[in-house]
Write a protein that binds this ligand. Structure first.
Ligand code: SF4
Ligand code: SF4
Length: 421
């Protein structure tokens, strides 16, 4: 696709990258068929090719209306189009650069700005999110049933002793923000698995939100701040010999793997960010790389439908890995139709585009529940909470299922102390 960037964007240090991405698109339209929003809305401008065209027109200096922003807002950033594209177009990176420039140019209504500011000021901070969810849990009995279902669980906080770990860790874990509040069982399951394998781990206390929520809401500086804080939290342990950063929420894992790209223009952090991105692993990817063995067992909830999050299959390109691990320990994975399509969660998307998110969830659950599984497994806290609102069976993180396969003593909570290296 031909593109001449307008002179008023020449000062943006990412514009050469945007231009190269635009030129790599040959406008073939293969991506359109696998785009969930195009499938629902049927409008070319609600598919990847149309959105790329809108960004190209804007960056070339053509007049742009708020309609363009609406079409970009409806994009899930699921990256199914990247998996389909034969030309390797880096769509998500283009949208990130395009939206960052388009939003200030067009502006947003005050109600949208307030909604986005609230999300950014609450979700990345567990100390703010937890009390709000606790209050919501108390009042949910008087709410309409469909509203009450949307309030995520808020289990008791994880004990401080389970948050730190070894002083000489081989791997670092990220507790995350929403996951640490709503599904702490995920990281506890990962810790049990690492204890079983006698791998010393640590959750550096000052690491937190990965920055994805802010980045996807076009608050780039805020996102970079979260990334620098995490790098500062992890770096001393990496200098001391930590060999991997295991991120159990696949959405956060996809973000950490892009720290190098995000901080490439920051001379103080570029090299560290590149190294951090190299060390980031989804736990499933890492367990397979390290060739660990697990006992097989006979699970009581044997039939599992696995929902591979977009951040796992499209962003991290890790299709099929988790399925191998679950099958090895004894689960039967049922076939799932349209497994490449997003469930509608997509970070804050389910809150900002509730109608589309609901439609996508209904479609996804009809595929996941078609073979009557005992439970649904997934790899990202956002998908887990979103699907659980309407699912007829439990929705669990796959790490919990793997931890269930470990010897009874560990499952009963008699965890070993993290092994000292
Ligand atoms: S498939 Fe790739 S090259 Fe073809 S229109 Fe879509 S983004 Fe462009
Ligand atoms: S990221 Fe997903 S929703 Fe957005 S254009 Fe690509 S396929 Fe469609």
């Amino acid at each position: 696709m031909q593109c001449e960037i307008a002179p008023n964007f020449h000062n943006d240090e990412d514009m050469a990258e945007a231009e190269a991405i635009l030129r790599s698109c040959v406008h073939c339209g293969f991506c359109t068929a696998t785009c969930p929003t195009y499938q629902i809305l049927g409008d070319e401008l609600d598919g990847p090719r149309g959105r790329i065209y809108l960004i190209k027109e804007f960056l070339a200096g053509a007049p742009t209306s708020s309609e363009s922003l609406t079409h970009l807002d409806r994009c899930l950033l699921c990256r199914a189009c990247e998996t389909t594209c034969p030309s390797g177009v880096r769509y998500a990176r283009l949208v990130e650069i395009g939206r960052r420039n388009l939003e200030p140019h067009l502006g947003r209504p005050a109600s949208e700005r307030l909604q986005r500011a609230l999300l950014r000021s609450i979700i990345p901070y567990p100390q703010r999110l937890r009390p709000l969810l606790q209050i919501a849990q108390c009042v949910k009995v008087v709410l309409r049933e469909d509203w009450a279902r949307q309030i995520p669980d808020c289990p008791a906080p994880t004990a401080a002793s389970e948050l730190e770990g070894s002083k000489q860790p081989r791997v670092l874990l990220l507790a995350g923000c929403v996951q640490s509040v709503s599904t702490p069982a995920t990281n506890l399951a990962l810790q049990k698995i690492l204890d079983y394998l006698q791998i010393p781990w640590r959750v550096p206390a000052t690491a937190g939100c990965c920055g994805a929520l802010s980045l996807h809401l076009s608050a780039e500086e805020e996102a970079l701040g979260f990334m620098r804080r995490n790098i500062d939290a992890w770096w001393p342990w990496i200098e001391q010999g930590a060999q991997a950063i295991l991120v159990s929420a696949s959405g956060c894992g996809a973000m950490v793997k892009e720290y190098g790209q995000a901080l490439q223009h920051d001379p103080a952090y570029a090299e560290k960010a590149r190294r951090i991105a190299e060390l980031a692993r989804d736990p499933g990817e890492w367990l397979l790389e390290e060739k660990f063995e697990f006992p097989s067992f006979a699970p009581s909830q044997r039939k599992v439908a696995f929902h591979s999050p977009c951040s796992l299959q499209h962003a991290q390109r890790l299709s099929g890995k988790i399925e191998i691990l679950l099958q090895r320990v004894g689960y039967d994975l049922v076939p799932v139709a349209d497994a490449h399509l997003c469930c509608g969660s997509a970070g804050s998307y389910s809150l900002l585009q509730p109608d589309l998110a609901k439609e996508l969830r209904e479609r996804k659950l009809s595929c996941l529940e078609a073979k009557a599984p005992d439970c649904i497994a997934t790899a990202n806290v956002g998908c887990q909470l979103h699907l659980q609102q309407e699912a007829g069976v439990p929705v669990r993180h796959w790490l919990e299922l793997l931890a269930d396969a470990l010897p009874e003593t560990l499952r009963a909570g008699e965890r070993q102390s993290p092994t000292q290296a």
